[in-house]
Write a protein that binds this ligand. Structure first.
Ligand code: DX5
Ligand code: ZN
Length: 242
């Protein structure tokens, strides 16, 4: 997909880093209010966990549909579930802007990406910290977003695994050469201490759960993260066509 079309579909700004607060760290009894607290977020990140692909269990399609009706922030659904080939499409049909599945769980990832795009969503592919990028580069040519996990998926509040930035750098190079047309997203352990290294490596979109929702002032925490990312990504974002 041409970058301009990706931008249009994702409502992306051309070179500015994106911040996606993760509601995993929000108050699940007040999700609409918790979305309102981060008004101005680029995406709202929603972690769907099935207690099989990961040990934890969170929420599913009914809650995503309810959130879709309750907020204007584009919904970024991260499916940590088995059999995404069967279940991911529902999240696209519910109006999520981006639906991310795990390569470790997808049986037919190319077909799955086509189905997600046909349903009007961006197609996202995620890789766990120990999963290498190289075997999946050709599959990624069918995807719009790459979600690099920087913690083991399943829980918020874990420490950032810095080694995954090598995968970000590789993906960023492949985007720069035009081999991939992807938005690069990172998820796990992103906070004021880690976001600058991630931005320098070439991340476009930063998921942050505890660093935003456990802050005294979540909106201010989000603003601060955005400023840090903008400063640190400036050196490689110059000249990007968006
Ligand atoms: C973890 C989830 C993350 C989680 C990140 O499996 O995919 O989205 O919310 O939380 P923090 O930012 O606290 O590491
Ligand atoms: Zn996530």
């Amino acid at each position: 997909m041409a970058p301009s079309l990706l931008s249009e579909r994702a409502n992306l700004r051309d070179v500015s880093p994106m911040i996606a607060p993760s509601i995993l760290s929000a108050d699940f009894a007040r999700l609409a209010d918790e979305a309102a607290v981060v008004a101005g977020a680029d995406w709202l990140h929603i972690d769907v966990m099935d207690a099989h692909f990961v040990p934890n269990l969170t929420l599913g399609l009914p809650v995503v549909k309810a959130l879709k009706a309750a907020t204007d922030i584009p919904l970024d659904c991260h499916l940590m579930i088995e059999n995404p080939d069967r279940w991911a499409i529902g999240y696209a049909e519910a109006g999520a802007v981006n639906v991310t599945v795990h390569i470790e769980a997808a049986a037919e990832p190319v077909k799955l990406a086509a189905n997600l795009r046909a349903a009007g969503a961006l197609a996202g592919l995620s890789i766990k910290p120990a999963t290498p990028l190289e075997p999946y580069i050709e599959i990624l040519r069918h995807y719009d977003t790459l979600l690099v996990m920087s913690v083991e998926p399943g829980f918020g509040g874990q420490d950032f695994i810095v080694e995954v930035l090598n995968k970000v750098r590789t993906a960023r190079r492949l985007v720069a050469t035009g081999h991939l047309k992807l938005l690069i997203e990172i998820d796990g352990g992103i906070n004021a201490d880690t976001i600058e290294a991630a931005a320098e490596a070439g991340v476009d979109c930063f998921v942050a759960g505890s660093a935003i929702y456990h802050a005294h002032d979540p909106a201010a925490a989000m603003r601060h993260l955005r400023e840090q990312a903008e400063r640190s990504s400036a050196h490689w974002s110059v000249g990007r066509t968006g």
